[in-house]
Design a protein around this ligand. Structure first.
Ligand SMILES: [Ca+2]
Length: 323
């Protein structure tokens, strides 16, 4: 079987860790590199989190690269407490003092460009955090997007309701200019797993209990990092996400990864041009769907709308049975 080559760009919080484990467990994927970006935590924490996930899964041979520490414009917004200060629930005691030596010395953006050039039209890029590394990549190499096979993004929203600001989703809100650049200039096939796609295809809390109580190091790790995190608390979510989507467990980034692993998991999507709002006093960072082609753009994106939740759940289950 020819494996699908993948680069994962991540701001490694808990749901990124889950998505990375899903990629590592997928028999049809070969992860070429993990590139880190600020977001759920400072980029130094993100690097440590990615190294930790690889260590839990015994996959330390995969290279990890440090990328951007903040957005293209402005200061880093203080939104990053969703998964605790370190991004993985603030429960890991055995931090590795040698983590810096385990990083590849090349900058994440240079690594992305190098790998996409080496394996032209073969690499799927899965972006799970703010899109800063991707925006820089197209500025350094304007042909970078066309060298990719395709692009999967967790980010954006389609109903005008935000999760960190009134109207914007976290990954896009953290660096709206980068999200704008990527959705304007990446002409490769682009697939968006939005906030609503994840929230409306949630799994049950009973499923979550079964998932993290499996007998494997990866499941024990996920149980530990979710143990004190309000985002994985059925009670805490009652007054938050549940108000909009109804009760359920949501692992956001895993939805983008699942679409890359098995396209048949996406049952329905909306194919249309999209753009990111940069000016609005309430809507900055919001994803806009141009369903009547008013913008006269030359390309469209696939905005996922319906998920095969049973298949998705199966991928999640398998991901926590390693190493
Ligand atoms: Ca993420």
């Amino acid at each position: 079987m020819t494996k699908k080559l993948v680069i994962i760009d991540t701001d490694c919080g808990i749901d990124d860790a889950q998505a990375i484990m899903m990629a590592l467990a997928a028999p049809n994927l070969e992860v070429l590199a993990l590139t880190c970006v600020f977001g759920n935590a400072a980029v130094e924490n993100v690097c440590q989190n990615v190294l930790k996930v690889l260590s839990v899964c015994e996959r330390q041979e995969i290279p990890v690269f440090q990328g951007c520490a903040g957005p293209l414009i402005g200061v880093n917004n203080p939104f990053s407490d969703h998964f605790g200060g370190d991004g993985l629930g603030d429960v890991i005691d055995d931090k590795d003092p040698q983590w810096k030596e385990k990083l590849h010395p090349e900058h994440a953006v240079n690594a992305m460009i190098r790998l996409a050039s080496e394996y032209e039209k073969q690499v799927s890029l899965v972006a799970l955090g703010p899109l800063t590394n991707l925006a820089l990549a197209v500025r350094l190499d304007p042909r970078f997007p066309q060298k990719l096979r395709d692009l999967f993004i967790m980010g954006g929203n389609i109903e005008g309701k935000g999760n960190v600001t009134l109207c914007a989703e976290f990954n896009f809100a953290m660096d709206p200019e980068s999200a704008y650049i990527v959705l304007e200039e990446f002409l490769c096939p682009t697939h968006l797993a939005t906030w609503e796609y994840s929230g409306r295809n949630a799994l049950t809390w009973e499923f979550f209990e079964e998932l993290i109580n499996q007998d494997a190091p990866s499941a024990r790790f996920m149980k530990m990092v979710t143990s004190k995190c309000w985002a994985y608390s059925k009670e805490a979510m009652k007054n938050k996400r549940d108000v909009y989507f109804g009760p359920g467990f949501v692992s956001y980034d895993a939805y983008a990864m699942a679409a890359c692993i098995d396209g048949s998991i996406v049952l329905e999507s909306i194919e249309c041009p999209v753009r990111v709002e940069l000016q609005g006093s309430m809507t900055r960072g919001m994803l806009v769907l141009d369903r009547t082609s008013s913008l006269k753009k030359s390309h469209t994106a696939s905005v996922m709308s319906k998920c095969d939740v049973a298949k998705f759940g199966q991928l999640l289950m398998e991901s926590l049975r390693q190493p």
